[in-house]
Design a protein around this ligand. Structure first.
Ligand code: ATP
Ligand code: MG
Length: 574
C-alpha cells in the first residue's frame, strides 16, 4: 500500500456517515453469508435425489428464500454504500475545490491547469467507484474465500488441499498473464497512434511535402510503421492464443482434477455426491473470488494513488480569505519603498529592482516603459497576488501585509491587460464587481464606459451570454465591459493596464472623458503605451527593467532628454 495516511484521511470523509456505512457493511456480510450458503444447499438438494419429493421441495423452497433474502440484502447494501459515498465525495469535491481556489497565484504558475482539473474530476470519480463497488467487492471476495475454504475443509480436508493447490494457482497465473496481454495490446495501440500521427502530419503539411518532393520517403516511413503494427499484432495474437488454450486447459483441467479426486473419495465412501456437487461449486466461487481480488487490488491501489494526489493539494498552504470587514480602509496614498521582486518560477531574475515611488491620495499616475519592464508586475504586487522579496509597500501608513486580502483587494479596482469575462450574461459579469448594484447602477456604469449602446444592440441586451458558450465579442467591447465592471466596484484605487489599447481613437476618446471624470475622486494608475492617453497625468513614472528611471509631468519629462522624450518624439511624429 502506498500511503496509509491517505486511507486514514479518506475514511475521515466516511466518518460522519459511519452509521449508514456500518449498516451497509452488515448487509454486505449478510449477503456474503447467503452466497456461501448457496452451494451447500444445492449439494443438499442433490443428495435428496433418492428421497421423497417433499424433502426435495423443502430444500428447493429454502434455496428460493435464500435468493430472496440475498436480493434484499444486496439492495440495501448498494443503496447504503452509494448514499455514503455520494455524500462523502461531495464533501471531498468541495473541500478540494475550496483548497485549490484559495491557493496563492504562485501555486498556479508552475502547475498545469489540466492536471489540477483532473484531480477534482477523475480522481474523485475513481474514488467514488472504489467506495461504492470495489471496496465492498473486495470484502465480499475475502469473506467468500475464507468462508468457502472453511466450509470446504469441514466437508473434506484432503480434497480442499488438493483443490487449493490447483485452481487458485491457475487463476492467479491467468490474471498475471491477462495483465501482460493488456500491456501488449496497449503497445500495439501506441504504434497505431504513431502511424496515425504520420498520416496526420503529412496531410497537414502536404504542400510542404510536395514542394520538397518527399512523398517517397514519407511512404517508406509509413510503410515501416505498418510493418511494425503487423509484427506486434502477430506477437499479440500468438500470446492470445496461448492464453485461451491455457484458460481452457488449465481452468477446466483443474476442475476435472477436483471432480476426479472427489469421485475417488465418493467411491471410498468418504463423500456424498451432493457434497462433491457443492464442493465443485465452492471451488468455482473461490477461484472467481481469487481472480476478482487480484483485479480489485489493482484498482484499490489506483484509488490510493488518486487520494495521495488529492491530499497533496490539501497540504499546500492557502491564502487567508474571509469576507469579514476589518475596517481598515485605504485612502489612496501608496508608497513603494526599495521594493525587490522576482517571480517564484524565475527566482534569479529581478523583475522589480529597488523600486521606490510615492503616489498621493487622489493623484492620477501613469506608468510607462517598454514591454517587459515590469508595469503589470507592479499592479500584481499592489493586489498582493505575490509577496515582495525586499522593501515594503504601504498604503497610508499601513504595510500591505497588515491588510486582510479581502479588505485590500476590495478597495482596488483593476482593468487588467488580459481581460477575462465569465461565460455568463453581461449583467452577471458586471455584477461580479458589486453584487448589490441595482439595475440603474449597472446601466449607468455601462454608459460611462461607453458600453451601453453596443450592449443594447445585442438581441438580449444585458442578458446576452458572452464568452465560450455565448456571443463572441470584440477586444474593444471586452475592454469596455471590464471598464464598466471596475466603475461599478467603485474602489479607492483604480488601475487601468492598457485598458483602452484595443479601442479605436474615437471610442478611446469617448471613454477617456468618462475615465477622467471617474479618476477625479480617487487614486488611479494608468499603464499605457499610447502616451497621448496619459499626457494629463499628475505624475508619470518611466520604468526600465523594474527600476524607476524618470518621473515627472509630461511637460517636465519632455524638457529632459531621456527615455520619455525619445518615446514621445517617436509617437507624436506619426
Ligand atoms: N508569471 C510570471 N512568471 C515569471 N515571469 C513573469 C511572469 N509574468 C511576467 N513575467 C516576466 O516579468 C517581466 C515583467 O513583466 P510585466 O508583465 O510586468 O511587463 P510589462 O511591463 O507589463 O510588459 P507589457 O508592456 O508587455 O505588458 C517580463 O520579463 C516577464 O517575462
Ligand atoms: Mg503588462
Amino acid at each position: 500500500m502506498k500511503s496509509p495516511q491517505a486511507i486514514y484521511k479518506l475514511f475521515g470523509y466516511i466518518k460522519p456517515h459511519k452509521f449508514t456505512f456500518l449498516t451497509g457493511l452488515f448487509f454486505l456480510l449478510l449477503s456474503s453469508i447467503a452466497s456461501l450458503l448457496f452451494p451447500w444447499l444445492v449439494g443438499e438438494l442433490v443428495d435428496q435425489a433418492n428421497q421423497d419429493i417433499s424433502s426435495i421441495n423443502k430444500i428447493a423452497t429454502l434455496l428460493l428464500i435464500l435468493f430472496g433474502a440475498q436480493a434484499i440484502f444486496s439492495y440495501f447494501r448498494i443503496v447504503l454504500f452509494v448514499n455514503v459515498t455520494a455524500k462523502a465525495m461531495a464533501k471531498l469535491r468541495s473541500d478540494s475545490f475550496s483548497n485549490l481556489i484559495k491557493l496563492p497565484v504562485e501555486f498556479f504558475s508552475n502547475r498545469r491547469i489540466g492536471e489540477l482539473c483532473s484531480r477534482i474530476a477523475s480522481d474523485i470519480e475513481i474514488l467514488k467507484n472504489t467506495f461504492t463497488t470495489d471496496f465492498a467487492e473486495f470484502l465480499r471476495q475475502i469473506i467468500m474465500i475464507i468462508g468457502g475454504i472453511a466450509l470446504l475443509s469441514i466437508t473434506s480436508f484432503k480434497l480442499t488441499l488438493f483443490m487449493l493447490c490447483t485452481l487458485p494457482v491457475i487463476v492467479i497465473i491467468a490474471v498475471i498473464f491477462g495483465r501482460k496481454l493488456r500491456k501488449y495490446a496497449k503497445d500495439v495501440q501506441n504504434i497505431v497512434a504513431e502511424s496515425n500521427t504520420i498520416v496526420e502530419e503529412t496531410l497537414q503539411a502536404i504542400s510542404t511535402i510536395k514542394s520538397f518532393t518527399s512523398e517517397l520517403s514519407e511512404i517508406k516511413r509509413y510503410g515501416k510503421k505498418a510493418e511494425a503494427i503487423a509484427d506486434m499484432s502477430i506477437k499479440l495474437g500468438k500470446l492470445r492464443a496461448i492464453f485461451a488454450s491455457f484458460i481452457i486447459f488449465g481452468i477446466f483441467g483443474s476442475i476435472v482434477a477436483v471432480i476426479w479426486y472427489g469421485t475417488i473419495l465418493i467411491q471410498q465412501d468418504n463423500m456424498s455426491i451432493g457434497q462433491l456437487f457443492s464442493f465443485v461449486l465452492y471451488s468455482v466461487f473461490i477461484a472467481a473470488s481469487v481472480g476478482g481480488i487480484a483485479e480489485l487490488y489493482a484498482s484499490i491501489q489506483k484509488a490510493i494513488g488518486a487520494t495521495d494526489e488529492l491530499l497533496k493539494l490539501q497540504n499546500e498552504s492557502p491564502e487567508e480569505i474571509s469576507e469579514e470587514n476589518t475596517g481598515t480602509s485605504i485612502t489612496g496614498n501608496i508608497y513603494f519603498n526599495q521594493v525587490d521582486f522576482s517571480y517564484p518560477s524565475r527566482k534569479n531574475t529581478k523583475v522589480i529592482n529597488n523600486l521606490s515611488f510615492e503616489i498621493n491620495e487622489g493623484e492620477q499616475v501613469a506608468i510607462v516603459g517598454l514591454s517587459g519592464s515590469g508595469k503589470t508586475t507592479i499592479t500584481k504586487l499592489l493586489l498582493r497576488l505575490y509577496d515582495i522579496d525586499n522593501g515594503s509597500i504601504t498604503f497610508d501608513k499601513q504595510k500591505i501585509e497588515n491588510f486582510s486580502l479581502h479588505e485590500l483587494r476590495k478597495q482596488i479596482g483593476i482593468v487588467p491587460q488580459d481581460i477575462v469575462l465569465f461565460a455568463t450574461t453581461i449583467k452577471e459579469n458586471l455584477l461580479y464587481a458589486n453584487k448589490t448594484a441595482s439595475e440603474q447602477d449597472i446601466i449607468e456604469a455601462a454608459k460611462k464606459a461607453n458600453a451601453h449602446d453596443f450592449i443594447m444592440q445585442f438581441d438580449d441586451g444585458y442578458e446576452t451570454v458572452v464568452g465560450e458558450r455565448g456571443v463572441e465579442i470584440s477586444g474593444g467591447q471586452r475592454q469596455r465591459i471590464a471598464i464598466a465592471r471596475a466603475i461599478l466596484k467603485n474602489p479607492k484605487i483604480l488601475i487601468f493596464d492598457e485598458a483602452t489599447s484595443s479601442l479605436d481613437s474615437k471610442s478611446e476618446q469617448l471613454i477617456q472623458e468618462s475615465i477622467d471624470l471617474l479618476l477625479k475622486s480617487r487614486t488611479s494608475i494608468i499603464i499605457s503605451h499610447r502616451l497621448s492617453t496619459i499626457k494629463n497625468a499628475d505624475k508619470i513614472f518611466v520604468i526600465e527593467e523594474g527600476k524607476l528611471i524618470q518621473s515627472g509631468t509630461h511637460e517636465q519629462l519632455m524638457q529632459k532628454s531621456g527615455t520619455y522624450q525619445k518615446l514621445a518624439t517617436l509617437q507624436f511624429k506619426e
